[in-house]
Design a protein around this ligand. Structure first.
Ligand code: FAD
Length: 383
């Protein structure tokens, strides 16, 4: 398909692909098995200027947008959807700052993220508040010019590795969703510690940890936007970053398709390649069609996010929902094409299936995406 990429976009894709093939592919099995956080890859991506593609130039980035972030995430995820998260989850942590911070905060927090010198994380989820973000219990009580944070966040990507955390906490229990505010909390702040590191099914090179706040004093200068804007910033962030999850899913699916075609054209059974069997051809044809459909929807969505000031909740949810469901179907079929070898750790496709699963879960499960799409449809029909 022709997506009319600019020369700059083509250059971003080819530089990312080179790093993915030369630097990530040789280590992906090891990093997955041993749960190694990819700091060496962070350095290489940072030096290539890929962390800052969506960050404005005045804060050290390349001044592009969600579309370019999607291109980078897709290319990295073709090779490793877990390692890609060091960059994609940093974007998730950075977006509330991009959307809600003042100029001084943007200079302070975005500049080191644009170069990959520091990583970011986004902390919404708590043990009792998963899909229901209105059930948050972590609090921030005002004390002079500071706030005192207490509570625990869980399942936070880049947790423990990132330096910059955008954290959603309750500043007014009586105001419901309007009582939630967003703060930037830096690693090393007294009262801010890391809890359990999760042992996961997939994306094992990505760190997922608890964040524990115990009388953690954070200055008002770290409040994003104003009190009560936290959940709104979080939801606007998801409009921009769910295409990133879709890109991760698309990349994993496209990578699995490539592996399946390569294997099927070499594996001989009954005196001919399995690729010559119609049963295998039909699987490959379905996989390729779904991957391309996911890419078309995602690219159109990312371009829409970049060119409109309106909310894109429905479009972003559709791209994430569709691409992640495709990733599960395609990676499962890829294992089928490989036969028994596909089930083994020695071959890449079982990891791709494990990595694909998370894309149906985080940044809102696919049930929540469907809720949001349906809600938008109903709203549009009554507008
Ligand atoms: C590896 C990993 C990394 C993560 N990274 C982050 C991160 O960086 N930052 C962060 O804040 N969070 C993160 N999360 C948390 C993630 O966003 C949540 O797990 C997710 O939103 C679902 O919440 P839950 O796990 O509590 O599931 P629950 O909300 O308990 O849901 C359980 C089931 O019920 C369904 N369900 C719940 N409510 C509804 C409803 N209203 N309608 C239909 N179905 C519903 C769900 O779809 C699901 O199938 C991460 C999670 C994982 C596993």
């Amino acid at each position: 398909m022709e997506y009319n990429l600019t020369d700059e976009q083509k250059d971003i894709v080819s530089r990312t692909r080179k790093i993915a093939i030369e630097n990530i592919k040789p280590v992906r099995q090891k990093y997955d098995r041993e749960e190694i956080f990819p700091w060496d890859i962070v350095k290489i991506l940072g030096e290539a200027g890929l962390f800052g593609v969506y960050i404005p130039e005045e804060y050290g980035g390349r001044g592009l947008g969600v579309f370019e972030l999607v291109l980078v995430t897709e290319e990295l995820s073709k090779v490793d959807g877990g390692i890609a998260l060091c960059l994609a989850a940093t974007a998730l942590g950075a977006y509330p700052i991009l959307l809600g911070a003042n100029d001084e905060q943007k200079k302070r927090f975005l500049s080191p993220l644009a170069t990959g010198e520091k990583l970011a994380a986004f902390a919404l989820t708590e043990h009792e508040a998963g899909s229901d973000a209105t059930a948050l219990r972590t609090t921030a009580d005002k004390d002079g010019d500071d706030y005192i944070l207490n509570g625990t966040k869980c399942l936070i990507t880049n947790g423990g590795e990132a330096d910059i955390y955008t954290v959603m906490v309750v500043t007014d229990k009586n105001k419901g969703p309007r009582g939630v505010s967003a703060f930037v909390v830096e690693k090393g702040t007294p009262g801010f510690e890391f809890g359990k590191k999760e042992n996961k099914l997939g994306i094992r090179a990505s760190a997922t940890r608890e964040l524990v706040f115990e009388n953690c004093r954070v200055p008002k200068a770290n409040l994003l936007s104003r009190e009560g804007m936290g959940l709104i910033l979080g939801l606007r962030t998801f409009d921009a970053t769910r295409p990133g999850v879709a890109a991760q899913a698309l990349g994993i699916a496209a990578g699995a398709l490539d592996e399946a075609v390569a294997y099927a054209t070499k594996r001989i059974q009954f005196g001919k390649t399995v690729a010559s069997l119609q049963a295998i051809q039909y699987m490959l044809a379905d996989m390729a069609t779904e991957v391309e459909a996911a890419r078309a929807l995602l690219y159109a969505t990312a371009r829409t996010v970049d060119c409109t000031r309106s909310r894109t909740t429905k479009e972003s949810a559709m791209a994430k929902l569709y691409a992640s469901d495709v990733a599960m179907r395609v990676t499962t079929k890829a294992i089928q094409v490989f036969g028994g070898r596909g089930y083994m750790h020695d071959y890449p496709v079982e990891k791709m299936m494990r990595d694909a699963k998370i894309t149906q879960i985080y940044e809102g499960t696919n049930q929540i995406q469907r809720n949001e799409i349906a809600l938008a449809l109903i709203k549009e029909s009554t507008a």
